[in-house]
Write a protein that binds this ligand. Structure first.
Ligand SMILES: Cc1cc2nc3c(=O)[nH]c(=O)nc-3n(C[C@H](O)[C@H](O)[C@H](O)COP(=O)(O)OP(=O)(O)OC[C@H]3O[C@@H](n4cnc5c(N)ncnc54)[C@H](O)[C@@H]3O)c2cc1C
Length: 281
């Protein structure tokens, strides 16, 4: 039994034990009005493939070795093409699942600022084949300096180069969120993921395992992944009254992007650009 089969088997046993606790005797009698776990029933018979799953094609020059294809191919809908949604799309597609991502925004834009990609995430992203798509867009800071805000004196230093690559097998990267999102988007497309922008999910049909888009289109899938961010609608559908929406905590965080040419021209700031680095005051 490989990792995936073991995961599915554990999932099946878990569902069966939940059903048993509720007095049901098998997967045929789901205790909730959902078809989302139908694929588990298929596992009880001979493994079979879903119809209409497109051929898995990829550009060998830009992808790293693909993992073993999934035994059962799922038709998957992902709501949200943020970092979470696109990462999930890539991971699922690499196993051969059919993936459609619905994104509310009219385009994938310039939202956000620097995203730190530590070695553990970077190793994963590179294994997925993101390297060529990030070419020239990521910065490898030499160190993280924590500085006293009154006078800029260094009070803590974390050396990143070469320490992180030596210790953790990959460097520490910083990349603009928009570049990371675009790179993931391009990789997802190259793998055969369908990404539709201006296609917000209006509501989720828990009974029919489907979604209704803002334009009225209805789509069904074996698996629906909600990656619709901090104000997630889907979370409310799953958690119902237990959902805890974001709370105002009374703090505010501001951030800004500054043109590097302006920094270079300012004697008080130009030294920050001498070597790539992270400075926190
Ligand atoms: C200031 C700051 C700094 C951060 N720094 C880092 C860092 O250094 N490293 C790091 O790893 N993480 C960092 N994070 C966290 C990281 O940015 C988030 O965890 C991550 O972006 C969340 O991704 P997501 O896909 O879950 O949500 P989002 O990026 O919010 O994406 C959600 C997407 O869903 C779409 N959407 C919403 N509703 C719908 C709908 N109904 N239908 C369809 N689409 C919908 C939205 O338009 C959006 O595109 C930082 C976060 C902040 C705020």
């Amino acid at each position: 039994m490989d990792d995936q089969e073991e995961t599915i088997e554990n999932c099946r046993l878990h569902v069966e034990s939940l059903l048993a606790r509720k007095g049901h005797s098998g997967l045929q009698e789901t205790s909730y009005p959902s078809r989302s776990l139908n694929f588990l029933k298929r596992l009880q018979g001979t493994p079979q493939r879903f119809d209409n799953v497109p051929n898995y094609t990829h550009d060998a020059s830009s992808q790293t070795a693909l993992p073993k294809e999934a035994t059962i191919k799922l038709k998957t809908i992902i709501a949200g093409a943020g970092l979470g949604g696109l990462a999930t799309a890539i991971a699922l597609r690499r196993r051969g699942h059919e993936v459609t991502v619905f994104e509310k925004a009219t385009e994938l834009g310039e939202v956000g600022a620097g995203i730190q990609v530590p070695p553990n995430s970077r190793r994963l992203l590179m294994r997925w084949g993101l390297g060529p798509y990030l070419e020239g867009k990521a910065v490898e800071p030499e160190a993280i300096h924590l500085r006293r805000w009154q006078d800029g004196k260094v009070i803590s230093l974390t050396k990143l180069v070469p320490d992180f690559e030596e210790k953790f097998g990959a460097p520490y990267y910083v990349v603009h969120r928009a570049n990371l999102q675009l790179a993931m988007y391009e990789l997802a497309l190259s793998l055969g993921v369908c990404v539709r922008v201006n296609a917000g999910v209006r509501c989720y049909n828990a009974e029919g395992s489907g979604v209704v888009l803002e334009n009225g289109e209805v789509h069904h899938a074996d698996l629906i992944v909600a990656a619709d961010g901090i104000r997630s609608e889907a979370r409310r559908v799953v958690l119902e009254e237990r959902d805890q929406p974001p709370q105002q905590c009374g703090y505010a965080a501001y951030r800004a992007m500054v043109d590097v040419d302006l920094m270079r021209a300012d004697p008080e700031l130009s030294w920050l650009l001498d070597v790539p680095g992270q400075n926190l005051w």
